[in-house]
Design a protein around this ligand. Structure first.
Ligand code: NAD
Length: 499
């Protein structure tokens, strides 16, 4: 069986803790590799050499650092298929979706190619008599990224590209369930010219995370994962004086107004609800039709579309809509939540439980499920299911649908489908959610904007990627400067007679 490694000081390094986690192929249920779990000592050693490497990297001019991103972007394109395959093999998503995972990370690398313009400081000429002020953006030093399983390429790239472009060294701890893509990306960065030690991939679990949080050298932590862990990491990092931005889970609502094109809304819901087996923080998991006619019409359109979905392994990529979920435990949890929905009185219109695929009986596949008449007190509404389950909550009015969305503790993404610009505008203006789609189900902003949720979907300050990332990964130093009269006024240049 393949034994994975850490990537430290530009080399593949075997783990020494003696602890490992299994990396699965979720389509077959087989263990495909084991990944070492770093000890506190291994983490400390990786941080120490990152700190040494950061000094020269931070002093490298921004344009040269950006050139590394240019080469890195070219290499990601060159190895796109290999990277997408790595994503799909460990995560289970289809190959086109694996490519999308790499692509949305690459787009952040592309913004970093123009990083110097985002690193420019500010200048005030003559703020007082003969006094100028200027501010600089300087790297923090060593920073850390801790990432989830569901985007093995995109989210590590969201972390590493801006952090490195800003002149920091980074410790990246990828999800122990899908570590191979980050390891490969680190090799590509080395090939692109990143000096050894500036990016250290340290694999691990809670022990490695806690070592990051308590390490005195690490200045900032960027986390993406579930809400309880995001809140824990934010608290412990902040308590240790670190800058922290921690992005958490979601329960994204899509409102369907009576004037919406119901075929388009149904198409959007099927893609946004079941794509990647629902394992996206921007997945739509709650459909909120307004009015009985809308709800019935939507249901009539959703059922045949959901029943037609093809579930299978990424290797059968020609005809598969989504793959397995990440672990056997995740499959059991999702099916348990579906049971709870039935027990609590929701109407299970399409039942995805007990799904089995010939030749892949041990894979972690879950068929698509669709509930109607869900109410906010039910577990399936309250929990982030993170699986291929769509819940429909019926409402009578726009205000009721808006209130439902706003009362939900999560605030990552939301969408409204309507033909009325005034309703859409009102929704975008009033809703307390970080990313809003108008006739657009998964409104992940482009890489030159920023990504971040509100409420329990994010803890800390500033969003991911775009200009906010350049603020998060740098600190501002402001200089107030005055020059006393010198040679200009006091110097004597004329050839004078000696009196
Ligand atoms: P997770 O919280 O289980 O793990 C995320 C990271 O935290 C991993 O690197 C893991 O090793 C580490 N971790 C896990 N348990 C820990 C503990 N007890 N102490 C310290 N570290 C720990 O999340 P996941 O299952 O990998 O990812 C799915 C979750 O991520 C979902 O909730 C999803 O909504 C969320 N997510 C959010 C965003 C966003 O931008 N808001 C994006 C993608 C995923």
């Amino acid at each position: 069986m393949e034994e994975l490694y850490h990537f430290i000081d530009g080399k593949r390094v075997k783990g020494t803790s003696g602890r490992f986690a299994d990396v699965m192929n979720p389509a077959t249920g087989e263990v495909r590799a084991r990944v070492p779990l770093a000890s506190v000592e291994e983490m400390a050693a990786a941080v120490a050499s990152a700190a040494e490497a950061q000094v020269a990297w931070g002093a490298t001019n921004p344009q040269r650092r950006a050139r590394v991103m240019m080469k890195f972007g070219a290499l990601i394109n060159e190895y796109m298929d290999e990277l997408a395959e790595l994503v799909s093999r460990e995560h289970g998503k289809t190959l086109p979706d694996g490519r999308g995972d790499v692509q949305r990370g690459l787009e952040v690398v592309e913004v970093c190619m123009g990083g110097p313009s985002l690193l420019k400081g500010e200048f005030t000429d003559d703020g007082g008599p003969g006094i100028d002020l200027y501010s600089m953006r300087q790297p923090l030093g060593v920073v850390a990224g801790i990432t989830p399983f569901n985007f093995p390429a995109m989210i590590p790239l969201w972390k590493m590209a801006p952090a490195l472009t800003c002149g920091n060294a980074m410790i990246l701890k990828p999800s122990e369930r899908c570590p191979s893509t980050a390891l490969r990306l680190a090799e590509l960065l080395q090939e692109a010219g990143l000096p050894d030690g500036v990016l250290q991939i340290v694999n691990g679990d809670k022990e490695a995370v806690d070592a990051i949080l308590d390490d005195e050298t690490i200045q900032a932590v960027g986390f993406v994962g579930s809400t309880p862990i995001a809140q824990y990491i934010y608290g412990r990092a902040a308590n240790n004086g670190k800058r922290a931005q921690c992005f958490g889970g979601a329960k994204n609502h899509m409102i369907i107004m009576p004037d919406a094109d119901l075929d388009k809304a149904a198409d959007a819901l099927v893609g946004a609800g079941f794509g990647a087996a629902g394992e996206r923080c921007m997945a739509i998991s709650v459909a909120v039709p307004v009015g009985k006619e809308t709800a019935d019409g939507l249901r009539d359109r959703l059922v045949p579309r959901i029943e037609k979905l093809k579930v299978g392994p990424y290797t059968a990529n020609e005809d598969v809509d989504y793959g397995p979920v990440i672990t056997a435990a995740s499959k059991a949890r999702i099916e348990g939540l579906i049971d709870s929905g039935v027990d609590q009185g929701a109407e299970l219109v399409v039942d995805g439980r007990g799904f089995s695929l010939q030749g892949y009986e041990n894979g972690f596949f879950v068929g698509p499920s669709y509930f109607d008449n869900v109410t906010p007190d039910m577990e399936i509404y309250k929990e982030e299911i993170f699986g291929p389950v769509l819940s429909q909550v019926r409402t009578e009015t726009y205000e009721e649908a808006l209130k439902l969305t706003m009362d939900n503790p999560y605030g990552n993404g939301t969408a409204i489908f309507t033909a009325d610009g005034d309703t859409a505008r009102d929704f975008a203006h009033r809703v307390n959610v970080g990313m809003v789609g108008i006739n657009f189900p998964i409104p992940v902003p482009l890489s030159y904007h920023t990504f971040g949720g509100w409420k329990k979907s994010a803890f800390g300050d500033l969003n991911q990627y775009g200009p906010d990332a350049f603020r998060f990964y740098t600190k501002t130093k402001t200089v107030t400067a005055r020059w006393f009269s010198g040679i200009k006024e006091g110097g004597e240049f004329n050839f004078k007679a000696m009196d």
